[in-house]
Design a protein around this ligand. Sequence first.
Ligand code: GYE
Length: 326
Amino acid sequence: MKKVFVNLLVCVMVIIAFAGCSRKSEKASTKNDNKIVIGFAQIGAESGWRTAETSSIKDTCANDPDVELKFSDAQQKQENQIKAIRNFIAQKVDVIAFSPVVESGWETVLTEAKDAGIPVILVDRGIEVEDESLYTTFIGSDFVEEGKNAAKFLIDHFGEDKTVNIVELQGTVGASAATDRKKGFEQGIESEEKYTIIESQTAEFTRSKGKEVMEAFLKSQGDKIDVLYAHNDDMALGAIQAIEEYGLVPGKDIIIVSIDGVKDAFVAIKDGKLNCTVECNPLLGPQLVQAAKDLVDGKTLERWIKSNEDVYYGQKAIDAFDIRQY
Ligand code: GYE
């Protein structure tokens, strides 16, 4: 009897000791250890930029002993992202992060996360919600500024007097990265009467669509096109192929500016086929993990954790090539 009592006492003490050293209240009891669990709902793998972002997030989490990542790929579909977020809520993760494929339609699922007491971080794209408390912070770039920088490059290149006919390849319809890059670019050329966007269509941020839509632009506008403005490098790279196949020289007959700054864009600048890439930093893993840790520690985050970025063209792009990480 005494032995049973001693055993029981030992069990109770062990349980108390475990509960005492647990960093996170009741949630910790559902997990094997004391790691911070981040559920990340990625959009997909539509561009070189996104692949670089995914690697940055996966690598940062894998190399941090205090963090566990649950990763989901939505294959470009909002409904899949919503499903993934619901799964994360059911699994009681500590922090939910996601790159919203489009800006609208998140209220219901984010209210569910809020009701479950799980903080949400937006990674690289923004959303439109009335209740701002549905997310804690946005980590990413100023897309309006990127669009303005693309326009500024063109104005510096052509000057004010020339007539400049522009075709535009937009990103995914409804994505903040597309809406704001369009807006910023339009604001950038607003005061230049001779600059006109003669065609503008989505190519969904992919190389294959970029080629396809550029073929259509060339068919309808042909030699009238002076400039291609693409919301990301991948679409510009696809379009470059279309321009070559059409018999024009990309980078000369048609001046091309795009956004992201992936390594392939630097190769194209080196080859003289792309004129400028406006950098958008995809290496957001370290900032995401830091933000998740801060939230678990009860800290309040800035509403917008901005990325530092640059604009690359000419010799500056060639010099920077070797140290590009993605
Ligand atoms: O520019 C593009 C991608 O949301 C900032 O999405 C991101 C954009 C990036 O697929 O290449």
